[in-house]
Ligand binder design. Structure first.
Ligand SMILES: CNc1nc2c(CCNCC3CCCC3)c3nc(N)[nH]c(=O)c3cc2[nH]1
Ligand SMILES: [Zn+2]
Length: 372
């Protein structure tokens, strides 16, 4: 059984090309992980997800503990068998989703208690219970339970919140069931405050965890602030451990974060925006709802070799979205996830060649050129 580890294969400036080894297989980094909230990457079957080149997907403690329940997923053989995904799975710890989705939630030293947004039933999520749920789901990567302070909180409130998350990290590490190929990631907090980010990163680094996430970002702070926080945080993290920027992002966010030392990403954007008709292309995002596409026989993105782009015209995709046909979100989600995977493959190659700066410049020129 493989040991959980991340190999650093090449560097280019602050960026790294690596390989994560997990119980369910390797993951080439920098990596983009499609989000599979309720045990499905929405509108995509697992074979569609695999075909995009994605190696690792996200599951969600909050949704799965409410429905169908963690014990039930375990009884059914765990999340890999349940959703027929035999590659690595990372599950978030649930705290972020509670604060953004649940009703009547209460957060204190012990954890969070909340009422289900599905049926109003009351639930409690402690660091120990979150780790237990992620174990029952058989997640290859378990995330610590943390508190993600909303943007705009003052320094003293963020300091208290960051230190609570540090105490929860300790409790998660004690509760985590060590087994080969599985790892627990800490989550750096501290808002947009450099001193708090450094304190959080240093304390978590001292815990010698197998991987580190940067949380508390992509909450509306804007790209410049996100990048500034990364420039402060990444240098404080161990150079030989993977770094995961939670909830990011648009293609240009991802490129900028890779250049600042991030190795792993997750975001609902490619799937969620795909369902609303938005497609990411080498010449920037376009929305297929727009009437300008209704007689356009060209492919979505001539540079893309995915099934959507090599089979259908923009006119047809426009028709599907306008008609609210199920096939529309299916085809656009597949293209968008494929596009993100191709973006990551391009970044990995550029880092190997020591050409990331030039590659990033070429990508930005394409995006700014705009659709023709
Ligand atoms: C979109 N922006 C954003 N997302 C954040 C997330 C969620 C990342 N995505 C998880 C998947 C979505 C559903 C299933 C799992 C964050 N999660 C945690 N634990 N802590 C954050 O500070 C945290 C911060 C985040 N910022
Ligand atoms: Zn495509």
């Amino acid at each position: 059984m493989t040991d959980f580890r991340w190999d650093k294969l090449a560097t280019d400036g602050m960026s790294r090309r690596g390989r994560l080894h997990t119980a369910h297989g390797p993951v080439e980094t920098p990596a983009f992980m499609p989000v599979g909230t309720a045990a499905t990457v929405k509108a995509m079957a697992p074979w569609d997800v695999a075909q995009t080149g994605a190696q690792m997907v996200l599951g969600n403690t909050y949704h799965l503990m409410l429905r169908p329940g963690a014990e039930r997923v375990a009884k059914l053989g765990g999340l890999h068998r349940f959703m027929a995904w035999d590659g690595p799975i990372l599950t978030d710890s649930g705290g972020f989703q509670v604060m953004s989705l649940a009703q009547l939630r209460q957060l204190d030293e012990t954890g969070v208690t909340f009422k289900s947004h599905i049926d109003g039933s009351t639930h409690a999520l402690s660091p120990e219970r979150s780790v237990e749920i992620q174990d029952l789901l058989d997640a290859d990567v378990t995330m610590q339970l943390d508190e993600c302070p909303p943007a705009g909180w003052p320094h003293d409130k963020v300091a208290d919140s960051m230190r609570l998350s540090l105490r929860w990290a300790e409790r998660c590490q004690r509760a985590f069931r060590e087994r080969p190929g599985y790892g627990l990631f800490g989550i750096v907090q501290g808002g947009v405050y450099d001193d708090l980010r450094r304190e959080s990163a240093r304390e978590l680094s001292a815990m010698d965890l197998p991987g580190y996430a940067v949380g508390g970002l992509a909450v509306g702070e804007g790209q410049a602030e996100t990048f500034r926080v990364l420039e402060v945080t990444c240098p404080e993290l161990p150079a030989d451990k993977p770094r995961y920027l939670m909830g990011v992002g648009r293609p240009d966010d991802i490129v900028g974060a890779v250049m600042r030392g991030i190795d792993m990403f997750d975001c609902v954007l490619p799937t969620r925006s795909g369902r609303t008709g938005q497609a990411f292309t080498a010449r920037g995002p376009i929305n297929l709802k727009n009437a300008r596409h209704r007689e356009d026989t060209r492919p979505l993105d001539p540079n893309c070799d995915c099934a959507t782009c090599t089979t259908f015209s923009r006119a047809y995709l426009h028709h599907l979205i306008r008609s609210e046909e199920m096939l529309g979100p299916m085809l656009l989600s597949r293209h968008n996830v494929h596009y993100y995977q191709a973006l990551m493959a391009g970044l990995r190659g550029a880092i190997e060649r020591g050409e990331l700066t030039e590659h990033a410049q070429a990508l930005a020129e394409g995006w700014h050129a705009g659709d023709i």
